[in-house]
Design a protein around this ligand. Structure first.
Ligand code: FES
Ligand code: FES
Length: 193
């Protein structure tokens, strides 16, 4: 029996469907960059150590160099090309721009995708390795610089732009928390009306 070493797969990336034949050993990172020309996702170490290739899979952070493309079929994949809302930058992108959260920019797409995941994880109440009180009744920890550094520690920046990156993540998290509170308030008003 001859075993097939390739398959035709369909990937859903940034809301668009892409059908392509791939060797089963192709990583999601190589499929994005080499096959689909989505080169915003960067290759740094290619072994899961630097975070440059971070994308969102079903809204959660994943390093695309350790993910096989065939295993990503059926998942919602978001890359840096898909985080803005048309011409409007994602709040994390805007904060990186405003606060100089980069120098060469090579790590930046991964940092931004990771930060989007961090803010969602924190809003959902997930503790980190530096959260002091992890009891559910303690509620989510405040997103201090220490919490941000720990949660972003899988994303390396050779330029050392960490100080500004932490500030950018903190600002975007605050803005998104304000937006959530405003939406909850508007929803409550509608229920009362
Ligand atoms: S290129 Fe994927 S973690 Fe470094
Ligand atoms: S901005 Fe250059 S590696 Fe991070």
């Amino acid at each position: 029996m001859v075993l097939s070493t390739s398959s035709v797969i369909t990937l859903k990336i940034n809301g668009e469907k892409y059908t392509l034949p791939v060797d089963h050993r192709t990583t999601l990172l190589d499929a994005l960059r080499e096959r689909l020309d989505l080169t915003g996702t960067k290759k740094g170490c290619d072994q899961g150590q630097c975070g440059a290739c971070t994308v969102l899979l079903d809204g959660r952070r994943a390093v695309a160099c350790l993910q096989l493309a065939v295993a990503a079929e059926g998942r919602d994949i978001t890359t840096i090309e898909g985080v803005a809302d048309g011409e409007r930058l994602h709040p994390v992108q805007q904060a990186f721009l405003d606060l100089d959260g980069y120098q060469c920019g090579y790590c930046t797409p991964g940092q931004i995708c990771s930060a989007i995941g961090v803010i969602e994880e924190h809003a959902a109440g997930w503790p980190s390795a530096v959260t002091e009180d992890v009891r559910p009744e303690a509620g989510p920890p405040s997103l201090t610089a220490e919490e941000i550094r720990e949660r972003m520690s899988g994303n390396l920046c050779r330029c050392g732009a960490y100080v500004s990156i932490v500030e950018a993540v903190a600002r975007a998290a605050e803005e998104q928390a304000d937006e959530r509170r405003l939406n909850a308030f508007e929803d409550a008003k509608e229920v009362v009306a």
